[in-house]
Design a protein around this ligand. Structure first.
Ligand code: NAD
Ligand code: UFG
Length: 338
């Protein structure tokens, strides 16, 4: 079975490609390298001993995307391609709307035209805005607090409207919580451009001595130790969730939505402590003011994914930190070739 993976050279896609290939799927990947490079594709090929059919193209370029649909007999699509930096989305919102929304509309129109109606979409816990209670279930109210989050919410709504108009589509909306970690080989992982925005990639660079000190964004939240609490999920568990979602689409489920998280929340201080254990050194930090737009606490109720997909996160925070540190240590400059 042929799976088209958009944003196929990115962080979550590279781990998903590896699991897809290991499970016997054929992977057709497309990426414009706006936040990635070819090296992740090569490394997945080396790790699996299998080939990925790769197209360098921008999904906003409809003709380029059409060529792929013309050449390949695609069965299902996993749609990762998108810009994802929350802060940047506030300064250049139109770029985010253009890239994420136009790219998705092109993809959906071509899928419709070529009668490829199985889709897994990368959504985010960000669509819950600031949840009133935790854990968060899929039926919680949805809202957006920044342009990036709004692109996810708009795409989700487009997908619900599309399904309402044509029930022959099968769509799995996956709402990821906070993916971290790396494949345990240390060969693939997250390779952010410049100074990382997210906690664990930043901590990894402090552990490696590349950055001096962790900044803890606020210790006066209404949480047990005052720092923000999130549901960190190992990227390999997340990748395996996509395999389950692809399998589910074969049963013609219609439109389904799942939270992918562990169900456990960790504070910033707890993440730092676990990372210190993984790298076996003390990590310097200082508490700074809260980051605008951050919420105090969120974590998932992923019962629905367990009951309907048979999926559950297996890897704990220690493993997430160990694997992150292995990737960082083996690849101090990331994939190097940008
Ligand atoms: P990533 O940046 O590593 O991967 C996205 C990939 O899409 C990149 O390789 C990028 O070059 C590519 N891309 C972007 N725009 C494109 C375009 N127009 N045409 C072709 N390729 C394009 O990010 P990731 O962390 O792997 O995230 C994958 C998806 O999951 C994204 O949609 C993201 O919004 C979503 N998501 C990520 C997180 C997270 O914390 N990492 C959380 C929730 C949801
Ligand atoms: N934090 C710090 N210092 C840092 C970075 C983050 O203290 O240098 C704190 C934040 O305040 C927050 C926690 O660490 O309490 C996690 O922050 P991240 O930036 O790692 O992750 P977020 O929860 O803010 O957001 C991430 C993605 C979003 C996505 C969301 C839910 O960046 O795109 O998870 O999936 F929407």
């Amino acid at each position: 079975m042929k799976i088209l993976v958009t944003g196929g050279a990115g962080y979550i896609a590279s781990h998903t490609n590896l699991e897809l290939l290991n499970a016997g799927y054929e992977v057709i990947a497309v990426d414009n390298f706006s936040n990635s490079c070819m090296e992740s594709i090569r490394r997945v090929e080396t790790l699996t001993g299998k080939k990925i059919k790769f197209y360098e193209a921008d999904i906003v370029d409809r003709d380029a995307l059409r060529t792929i649909f013309e050449k390949e007999k695609i069965d299902s699509v996993i749609h990762f391609a998108g810009l994802k930096a929350v802060g940047e989305s506030c300064s250049i919102p139109l770029k985010y709307f253009h890239n994420n929304l136009t790219g998705t509309i092109n993809l959906l129109e071509l899928m419709q035209e070529f009668d490829v109606k199985n889709l897994v979409f990368s959504s985010s816990a960000t669509v819950y805005g600031e949840p009133k209670t935790v854990p968060v279930t899929e039926d919680f109210p949805l809202s957006a607090t920044n342009p990036y989050g709004r692109t996810k919410l708009i795409i989700e709504e487009m997908l619900r409207d599309l399904y309402a108009s044509d029930s022959t589509w099968n769509i799995a909306i996956l709402r990821y919580f906070n993916p971290i970690g790396a494949h345990e080989s240390g060969e693939i992982g997250e390779d952010p451009n410049g100074i990382p925005n997210n906690l664990v990639p930043y901590v990894a660079k402090v552990a490696a001595g590349v950055l001096e000190q962790i900044q803890v964004f606020g210790d006066d939240y209404d949480t047990p130790d005052g720092t923000g609490v999130r549901d960190y999920i190992h990227v390999v568990d997340l990748a395996l969730g996509h395999i389950k979602a692809i399998e589910k689409l074969q049963q013609n489920p219609g439109l389904v939505t799942y939270n992918l998280g562990t169900g456990v929340g960790y504070s910033v201080f707890e993440v730092i402590k676990n990372y210190e254990k993984a790298c076996n050194k003390e990590l310097p930090y200082r508490v700074t003011p809260r980051r605008p737009g951050d919420i105090a606490i969120t974590y998932a109720d992923s019962t629905k994914a367990y009951e309907e997909l048979g999926w559950k996160a297996e890897r704990g925070i220690e493993k997430m930190c160990e694997d992150s540190y292995r990737w960082q240590s083996k690849n101090p400059k990331g994939y190097q070739i940008k």
